[in-house]
Design a protein around this ligand. Structure first.
Ligand SMILES: NC(=O)c1ccc[n+]([C@@H]2O[C@H](COP(=O)([O-])OP(=O)(O)OC[C@H]3O[C@@H](n4cnc5c(N)ncnc54)[C@H](OP(=O)(O)O)[C@@H]3O)[C@@H](O)[C@H]2O)c1
Length: 263
């Protein structure tokens, strides 16, 4: 039977977004705070079964407590260092053992350091690239075969406006997010034939502890919930849609940030 757009609208009204996402299994990296924590709230409310990942187990336990009861899905947490290949494999194995399959991967965990280029060290480079690029690549690589086998799935990479532009003191972070952008767009081409969606989400500045400092510039920044809202939108889109990228900017013009002060 051919399915018309009105059929989708009808189905959406009857089922609602939370019904459409029922029983789906999502891994969210960097779920202990900031944007990942907000995404965890959003997907829990959409009745998804979650595997929440970061290094800090006590923060993950707190997030689990916050979101328990928001929806009907199960919530599991795992302390994993995503810069370590063996731990990434453990994450995939444990998620499959727990749930039997994976539908959604939100590659959100990321770090940044901000300095002039001559002040950066090779350790800074490794700190940023080991998580933002290598970790994201390895987790994706180990999950994709399972998505191909089931002929469905959605990989959402939390990239950044820094993946589209450069900015003062941001050379290494911006380079890592440009890598995420190139990875995301190429991955789309690799796996779209298997019915797997791939999306980059590119936020501007979001009020989190990112970069090491709690900051208060709420009047022009995005909130973590703004990014979670976009992810909620993506995971409830119709099966016929494969959104490539969402760029999220604050409504008001930011003052220039001194990123070096945030390190
Ligand atoms: N905040 C912004 O202005 C902004 C703007 C655009 C894009 N982004 C991107 O959004 C994503 C989330 O950033 P955020 O602002 O929410 O930052 P955040 O509050 O600092 O959160 C970062 C998350 O990554 C996890 N993480 C860090 N290193 C890890 C590792 N080695 N293994 C596993 N997890 C690790 C942290 O958990 P643990 O410490 O518990 O491991 C934490 O949950 C990042 O990819 C960032 O680049 C942020």
């Amino acid at each position: 039977m051919a399915i018309s757009p009105s059929h989708y609208q009808f189905t959406s009204i009857i089922l609602g977004d939370s019904m459409k996402s029922n029983n789906k299994v999502a891994i969210i990296t960097g779920a202990s705070k900031g944007i990942g924590r907000a995404i965890s709230h959003k997907l829990a409310a959409l009745n998804m079964n979650l595997m929440l990942v970061s290094r800090d187990l006590s923060l993950l336990e707190k997030v689990k407590e916050e979101i328990s009861g928001l929806g009907t899905g199960e919530i599991h947490i795992l302390s994993i260092d995503l810069t370590k290949e063996t731990e990434i494999r453990t994450l995939v194995d444990k998620t499959l053992a727990q749930y039997g399959h994976i539908d959604i991967l939100v590659n959100n965990a990321g770090v940044g350091k901000f300095k002039r280029i001559d002040e950066f060290t090779i350790d800074d480079y490794n700190f940023i690239f080991d998580l933002n690029v290598k970790g994201l690549f390895l987790l994706t690589k180990y999950i994709v075969p399972h998505l191909i086998a089931q002929q469905s799935g959605h990989i959402i990479n939390v990239s950044s406006i820094a993946g589209k532009n450069g900015f003062k003191s941001g050379s290494l972070y911006s380079a890592s997010k440009h890598a995420v952008q190139g990875f995301t767009w190429s991955l789309r081409e690799d796996i779209k034939e298997f019915g797997i969606k791939v999306t980059a989400v590119c936020p501007g500045s979001v009020v989190t502890g990112f970069g090491g400092k709690e900051v208060d510039y709420v009047e022009w920044s995005l909130e973590p919930e703004d990014i979670a809202h976009a992810v909620g939108f993506l995971v409830t889109e119709s099966d016929s849609v494969n959104t490539a990228e969402i760029i999220i900017k604050p409504r008001y013009n930011p003052r220039s940030i001194n990123w070096e002060e945030r390190v």
